[in-house]
Design a protein around this ligand. Structure first.
Ligand code: HEL
Length: 417
């Protein structure tokens, strides 16, 4: 029997609440999937370009954005993608997408759930015996950043450039990364609070490899890259180079006025399934749009993935299963992920119906103001020029926040949300 969509959403919300309560968790506010977005708002591409320029004014050598919607594709570039050659930013160029990789990993794992090869609410140790010191940590806790596994990258990159240079050519095993996390105190009891950690998606990678018996690269290839016909998207770990036309990444040192560090070549082994995918703006549009259109997951799994809880006090940001939701000032909800790896900031989001998508990147990092400015592309692209009626705008925007204020980037907030 087919369950109507609205009932399925109610069921998902109820099931999640029951699971949370049964697990003895702190009560959570569960926000269900957004209704299908039928707006046809045209993107404000001048606003998108202004946000890109603002990212440059904040220290990015270049930036670009590509929007795809019912009216077609629009792209904007500013600045350069290579400081040595002076080559202009180019929307055909590949770059490192950082934690947008987490959405790829989540899709693969949720497909394995669909295939009944694992259960979301089963302990991780069921599949990876004795890996974690707590049998209460479930697969869902990993995907929602509620496991309490410490983020070993905070210590690793406490000093930005020395931290990066110490790992840029290193190849870690998954176990070594888990050990780094377990050497630190856990940040929450399982399931109790959202504490973003790369360690969660390292364990997701281990689960994928254990259950498929193959490297994660093959899983991304077989389950996402090939079916969607992506030719510029790859998981190349531990190779350090980005093949083909690509954007070079420039890391800001902590010391004011110090020269930018070209951080393009690195193993990304410190992140692997938490952050090592390379892609392009068009292919990120294709990926987030296909995901939201249900081309990668069943309706039930997509409902699970888009069932979110708030991560910030203003309640404009949410996290589902390896997926963020941002509620924009015009009332539009967008789903996707952000990414920060040395030299690259990325945003890749789509509306819930997958009809509109935006990918934006700037070739710098450790410069929060540039990332926040880049985030302004979301408001411009999805809210367009027209202001929403006051009542809608007020209900979605945090009080006192102007309609078009860019959302601050996650690491620019005083606490990590
Ligand atoms: S951090 C985030 C972002 N995620 C997480 C992951 C990713 N990236 C990292 O963990 C890299 C952190 C170091 C980045 C480095 C820089 O700016 O290049 N910073 C420093 O070294 C600071 N000392 C939550 C922001 C996400 O958006 O999900 O990507």
């Amino acid at each position: 029997m087919t369950v109507p969509l609205s009932s399925r959403r109610r069921l998902t919300v109820c099931a999640t609440l029951i699971a949370a309560l049964a697990g003895g968790l702190a009560p959570l506010t569960i926000a269900s999937a957004a209704p299908v977005d039928t707006r046809t708002t045209a993107p404000d591409m001048a606003g998108v370009a202004a946000a890109l320029k603002a990212a440059m004014a904040e220290g990015a050598p270049g930036a670009m954005a590509r929007y795809s919607g019912p009216g077609g594709v629009e792209a904007r570039t500013v600045g350069i993608r290579d400081r040595k050659s002076g080559a202009a930013m180019d929307t055909r160029a590949r770059f490192r997408i950082g934690s947008v990789t987490k959405t790829f990993s989540s899709v693969v794992l949720l497909q394995l759930v669909e295939e009944r090869r694992l259960k979301l609410d089963a302990p991780v140790n069921t599949y990876l015996p004795r890996l974690l010191p707590d049998n209460r940590i479930t697969v869902r806790h990993l995907l929602t950043h509620r496991s309490g596994l410490a983020d070993y990258t905070n210590a690793m990159f406490e000093q930005t450039v020395p931290g990066f240079e110490a790992v840029r050519n290193r190849v870690f095993s998954y176990q070594e990364l888990v050990d780094l996390s377990l050497a630190e105190p856990r940040t929450t009891e399982p399931g109790v609070s959202y504490q973003y950690s790369n360690a969660n998606f390292v364990v997701v990678g281990m689960l994928i490899e254990k259950l498929t018996g193959r490297p994660v690269a093959e899983a991304y290839q077989r389950r996402i890259i090939k079916p969607l016909g992506l030719h510029n998207t790859a998981y190349v770990h531990p190779n350090t180079r980005i093949k083909g036309t690509h954007v070079r990444g420039y890391l800001h040192p902590d010391e004011a006025g110090a020269r930018l560090v070209d951080s393009t070549e690195q193993t990304l082994s410190w992140a692997q399934s938490a952050g090592a995918v390379i892609s392009s703006p068009a292919e990120l549009n294709t990926f987030t749009s296909a995901l939201m259109r249900g081309r990668l997951l069943s309706p039930a799994m997509l409902d699970a993935m888009t069932t979110v809880t708030p991560t910030d006090p203003a309640r404009t940001r949410f996290y589902g299963l390896g997926l963020r939701r941002y509620d924009l000032s015009c009332g539009t909800r967008v789903y996707g992920h952000t990414g920060t790896v040395q030299g690259y900031y990325t945003y890749a989001f789509s509306t819930r119906d997958g009809r509109r998508s935006l990918a934006a990147m700037a070739n710098t990092s450790n410069r929060g103001a540039a990332n926040t400015a880049l985030g302004g592309t979301l408001e411009a692209a999805f809210c367009g020029k027209k202001r929403a009626p006051a009542s809608t705008a007020r209900s979605a925007a945090p009080s006192g926040t102007p309609d078009r204020a860019p959302l601050p980037a996650e690491r620019d907030l005083p606490e990590r949300h």
